[in-house]
Design a protein around this ligand. Structure first.
Ligand SMILES: [Zn+2]
Length: 130
């Protein structure tokens, strides 16, 4: 499959992956955290149509403390979902179960930059053990 190596979409992903690389692991960043299970459900911008759902146990020794997930909209520009702050807040407050939703802040495609937001929705759950 052809992958674009230039342009805003590529630059955005490059920056994101550099940020992830530079981040410490969850175990290093949050020494009290013993386990983390993340549930993700992706919805269209209407918030009703579910596209996919996953749930997985995070290996906190290896996983980075920056929690970024790709937007399922393959045309999305400068979007994606960043749950880094949400996770940090959950751990700081010693929460055991967290549910929430965020919408993609990107643009729907490269032809509508600065006019049409992507607004895909990610609903998430964290199950945390200390
Ligand atoms: Zn998006």
């Amino acid at each position: 499959m052809y992958r674009q190596r230039v342009g805003p979409r590529f630059e955005h992903r490059e920056k994101a992956s550099q940020r992830i690389q530079a981040a410490p692991s969850l175990a290093t960043q949050f020494q009290k955290l013993k386990s983390l299970t993340v549930g993700l459900a992706y919805f269209d911008h209407d918030g009703v149509t579910k596209n996919s759902q996953v749930k997985y146990e995070v290996n906190i020794e290896h996983a980075k403390s920056v929690l970024l997930f790709n937007c399922p909209n393959s045309e999305c520009i400068r979007g994606d979902f960043d749950l880094t702050k949400e996770l940090e807040e959950a751990i700081t407050k010693r929460r055991k179960n967290v549910t929430g939703a965020i919408s993609c802040k990107g643009w729907q495609s490269k032809t509508v930059i600065d006019s049409v937001h992507c607004h895909n929705v990610l609903r998430y759950t964290f199950d945390l053990g200390y």
